[in-house]
Write a protein that binds this ligand. Sequence first.
Ligand code: UD1
Length: 367
Amino acid sequence: MKTVIHIVGARPNFVKAAPIIAEMEKIDNIQNLVVHTGQHYDDKMSNVFFSELGISKPNYNLGVGSGSHATQTASIMIGCEQIFIECDPDFIIVYGDINSCLAAALVASKMGVPIAHVESGLRSYDRTMPEEINRVITDSISNVLFLTSFDAMANLHREGIDTNRCYVVGNTMIDSLVRLSEEFNRSKILSTLGLEKKTYALATFHRPSNVDTASGLEKIIDIFTEISALNTELKILFPIHPRTLNNIKKFNLLDRMNQVDGLLIEKPFGYLDFISSMKDSLFVITDSGGIQEETTFLNVPCLTYRQNTERPVTVELGTNVLVDSISGIVENIRSIMDGTYKRAKAIEHWDGEAAIRVTKILSEVLS
Ligand code: UD1
């Protein structure tokens, strides 16, 4: 019997890991253990994802919670070391680019435990992003690297990583979309909110560079105000990340935000309600990573309010555009409204079968 430990910690991890855990559980001689670091801990940021995505209760929950990067990363490292000593895993699997991913990979690498990294090779080439540091270091110490698209291979090659250990398998976040399409099509979120399809924009903002300063948040309020002025019929649905809400309160900006016409500030949605509201939106405006991919798959226009993206394939082939000015946002919304906005092309291996490819490769490596 081989033991594999999956390390998950925050919302996007749960979505990426669920299809792989489900596939790996079909293999007789592999024991799968799930460690939840507790980086995300609110019911709406964590538990709802486990239940909707069908991930069983984690075997371990480190409960590290929020904190500075050093505190959070160190707590996860200490917790993981204990578990790796106790369970003696044959492999660990880390997901994406969050602090939990880096922390677990660092511990495993020092203990000689092989690491598989799902979503390797993405690069924004912006080292001010904490996630970029997490990506570069995790990739440099991983043994098996699973890539969502071919451009990631060139990034890894450039960093001197042996590409014989890299596999373009596709996107397990898209696997979750495909697997749960019937469920999210049944979501009642629009009727609950009194919204009609394609009469609203969906907005999400949580990047430190946008939401950790008063001036960043004021710019977001300006964007909402501009969108609202452009089309007074359009609603803006804003399920708010706790980090963003905390900062809006801290900088006393909640009243100003509440004054924007048509803006609906909501608590974070679970996975099914979120994907459902994304699918039926007129467009999405975001600074998220994964949402750039999900909108491309669903063929929904995505305006990414950032100066760079680690997911350029969604710009080249998908519905994503980078926007960093109000005028850029307005221009793109006009083209969405007049029906001239670009449409998505298919991306190789974004087909719902990435987890099957991952599992096949890992079972060969483990045998
Ligand atoms: C983390 C990831 C980011 C990912 C995002 C998805 C890192 C460095 N960042 O950012 O890459 O896109 O998750 O959401 O790993 N909070 C709560 N309840 C929660 C979780 C967070 O209140 O359940 C609040 C706390 O105030 C906390 C803040 O949000 O201090 C930030 O949370 P944290 O997990 O550190 O980073 P995210 O901004 O969520």
